[in-house]
Design a protein around this ligand. Sequence first.
Ligand code: 4AD
Ligand code: MG
Length: 429
Amino acid sequence: MPKIAEILSDDYEGKEVEIKGWIYRTRSSGSLVFVVVRDSTGVVQVTVNKDDVPEKDFSDAERALIESSVIAKGTVAKDERAPGGYEIRASGFNVVGFADKYPITKDQSTELLLDQRHLWIRSRKMTNVLKIRSAVFGSIHDYFRNNGYWEVQAPILTPSMVEGGSTLFKVDYYDKEIYLAQSWQLYAEAMVMALEKIYCIAPSFRAEKFRTTRHLTEYWHAEMEIAWEGMDECIKEGEKLISHICQTVAERNLPELEALKRDPEYLKSQVPPFPRMKYDEAIEMLQKKGMNVDWGKDLRTLEERALMGDLEKPLIVTHYPKEIMAFYKPRDPENPDVALCFDFIAPEIGDEIIGGSERDTDIKEIIKSLEREGEDISRYDWYLDSRRFGSVQHSGFGMGIERVVQWICGLEHIRDAIPFPRTVARYYP
Ligand code: 4AD
Ligand code: MG
């Protein structure tokens, strides 16, 4: 049985077909009902003529509301006035499930659409985004699997922080306090000593305090870790990964990109190398632009956007100040004030899509940094064993998948890059 998108072509003209789907729009006039039906591939008009179908089919077609599920049979005919240029002239129209009055009508508020998210995901916009999201996930797996990485998972329930204590979600674990994972990284640093090249796609959790268009509290995180390699190799992997994702979507998602008004050529142009800049240079550039920024502070969105300017490829900023960086990022031997770390900032959304670094091999430095953050070292003892038993240089990064989807799809808000967003204000539905 063909899907709707296939039917919209000369190949099917005059042919008898049966389609399954949901009512997208419906209107009746006298002895005719025009029902636009959607399935996962597209929409087609089914014209139900009282004279051509059994009586019950006609009366069901007349009273079925939007989002009722239906099976329609009929002949495909060319019709300029129908969406897509073809219609199905029905010989049978079977309503599988009558829908209640649909709560989503035109011009609804964002809040209502979020309350009705379980229904709103049926919209063309969300369907297009979810198809691209699926391609993005697939392309991440392809990239790593085709480049010698093992996929390996880490626990979500963890006794320790990775990215600072202030964004930890606490979990009551049989009267003990543990946390939802912010990152797989600490476990990755243990596992990379066995498998050497590893990756994972998993949810990460951040108890963000601010409402922004780029923060979720639960997001999907693609992370990688490689042994024997330093920051440069790691950055190159990040560039190749982003490029592979963009090429894949440009190839496989033309109808979705078109519907979202995104140019596939723009995605195809995402090839390495991406522009690079050291944090020092970034500060200098921002100061020259007249912005009030001091060396030693993390870059805020405002500043990241100013740095991006009109750049069309992600900007890689490296060598941030050691003092404000996570405990595992090593000092640059050539300039001990900065760390061997990097962020990729995406064009358009002007926000970080990848964060990564070389990992400190100096156990004393790691302990000092953890103590400075007020951490209980005993919770990290297992992690420190990676430095006690055959420590080697290694590095890795994490990529926020929703931010990449947001950028590729040109979405204003990150919540539309995930089917059921979790934000500061929302955990329902
Ligand atoms: O920069 P982050 O915090 O780095 C880490 O978690 C490292 N442990 C990764 C690693 O080296 N293995 O987070 C990585 C990426 C960010 O660049 C961003 O794209 C995304 O995760 N991210 C978020 N995405 C959506 N909502 C949030 N609240 C996010 N916080 C981080
Ligand atoms: Mg970061």
